[in-house]
Design a protein. Sequence first.
Lengths: 341, 188
Amino acid sequence: MDKSLIIALLSRKMAAEATQEELEQLRLLIEENPDAIYYEEILQELWENNSDSQMPQSDLDQIYALHRQKYKADFIINPVEEIPAGRHGYLQITGILLVFVVLSLLCFGLWQKKEQLSTHDTHIVAGKGIRKKVVLPDGTLVWLNAGSKLSYDTGFNQQKIRQVFLIGEAFFDVAHRKSQPFIVHTEKISVKVLGTAFNIQAYPGENKSEATLIRGSIELSVNDQSGQKVILNPSEKFAFSTEKKTMVIDHVEPVKIGNDEYIEETSWKDNQLVFQNETLEDLKPRLERWFNIQISIRSEQPKHYRFTGVFKNETINDALMAMQLIKPFTFKLTRYDVIIY
Amino acid sequence: MPKSLADLNDLKTHIALYDSESAYQQLFKYLFPSLYRFCYCILKSRELAEEAASDVMITLWRNRLKMLEINNIKVYAFVIARNVSLNILNRNHKEELISLDDIQIDILLDAHNPEQLLINDELKKKLEMATQSLPSKCKLVFKLIKEDGLTYKETATILNISVKTVDAHLVTAVKKLSTILREEFNLM
């Protein structure tokens, strides 16, 4: 009786299907019936022989070569391997560049019509994954965030009004000139200042434009509602939703991470990517620009994961691994692409 | 070379998303030997088994776009292998329809391990003889679990039987072996 049960339990143990209770029961039974230990040992020997039945690597190489030859038509249809990631990325970048060119041409055309400006001949571009700091001819400091472009005329500081044109995101520390206002034009909003420090974000394709004031004061206007002016006070943030055409003014709260405080809107200029309680979906374009990478999220759940954090010198791999510690998701990293699923 | 499910999922993703032939080659080298042995059990011919296993692999490649939806690629491959092998058999026996239950399965108990103390050639032969009398599904269960390290659930899916039946088959097979052992070693 016992023997029959011992064999059944041994079978399950060999198949790695025995439960904890069954293993315990088996142990007790073997204690009572010491002979049973032989069964276990012999079965174990039989079982452990799996590896013997494997084919040698050389045979496998040959079999694969034959297989590849037999079905070669199936492999020719799609001869590109791994490279699509890179090529894909390249195409995307070209696409983005094209969008940039088209957009800047468009804006350029619009501004020319509206404001009768002469062509601006200086362009500063920070590509994806690159952040730049430049000094303009009038002494204004500009930090240009990844995927952004700033344009102006060479002689803009001799004009009555200093005007620059921005696509993307930049932080301005404007050189103070009492009688010479400084205006930043973006596609949707414009900011007029005398001398101050502020951040402005107006990425093409995103449904909001933002301006955040650090010190001084700025005057904002929405381009197609030029009559309406908004004055912003320090530590305030103005957001214009391009979809709903709504304007919101918010107080800027520093984000506390660990013992440090960060201002999410402007920390990028110090090479810190700060985000607070943001969904992965919202974070995606920021990460894409920051790391110069294309991200695709292939399952629904990770899109809604929320993250708070700061990245400084991390690589995309480090960054994603850190995020994995917070929420479970898997990612696959190739040269220009990240797939999250 | 037990590949973890995570490794397999990695290969799967590369094949599905990037048409990666190198990933396919790795998958091929991992799955082919087991598929070949499984097909051989059913087909009893090296040539046919090789053809069948090769057929299974190219089916995976051709359907790579749908690959991400497959949870367990190993089980999926074995199920295809079962169908391909039965199709080949039925192609050769046009009159009657053959199912897994009708097939004579041979089990080879490999024992080339130098550390083997208890099992000699003679005992091995006796054990093999003993398993011959088992029903074919019972032998297949034993083979898949012992040789390919599949779980009860995986085996159940491949052979289209319940998990309980898998357990019963395995226990029957092991019992059969143990009767030989009892005689051999004068056990209880």
